[in-house]
Design a protein. Structure first.
Length: 156
């Protein structure tokens, strides 16, 4: 194993402790609070004290705002939530082959808007990590530690 990789792996437990001990703040407040920086790091979205989704970014404040305000391309977590609700509601999306076509579906649009509002009611924790490689290693580490149900790490 390379020294550079080993050094990053050695940081994982400390970073995890920092993340878990960080202040839990509402996702809405995070986009305007000084407690939530515009720097790189890993964030963890919670609903009712249950960790649901871990992500990484070069700008924490902007990324959390995008999750609750952007279109289907940017608000990936809200999109996953909306798809889950659509399945539970037996919404027929068989004519929609991709996100762009789903965005045109009237009922799915409503679900997506509701999912973005849901994300806005969630809370978030974060840890600052400027190094993109460390972020990329730490994100699945957190997922594996907490079994966040909305991370799949599939290829696109």
């Amino acid at each position: 194993m390379s020294t550079a990789f080993q050094e990053r792996v050695n940081q994982l437990n400390d970073l995890y402790d920092q993340l878990m001990n960080s202040t839990l703040i509402s996702a809405t407040d995070a986009t305007s609070s000084k407690l939530f920086p515009s720097k790189g790091g890993v964030y963890l979205l919670y609903e009712e004290e249950k960790p649901l989704y871990v992500g990484r970014t070069d700008n924490l404040k902007r990324r959390v705002r995008i999750h609750r305000t952007s279109d289907m391309g940017g608000a990936t977590f809200a999109f996953k939530l909306a798809k889950e609700v659509a399945v539970l509601a037996n919404l027929d999306l068989s004519d929609a082959k991709n996100k762009k076509e789903m965005a045109q579906h009237t009922e799915f649009k409503k679900l997506f808007i509701g999912s973005k509002e849901r994300v806005g009611r969630m809370c978030v924790k974060h840890v600052l990590i400027e190094d993109a490689i460390t972020q990329a290693i730490f994100e699945p580490y957190v997922h594996l530690q907490l079994n966040t149900p909305y991370n799949d790490f599939g290829n696109h």
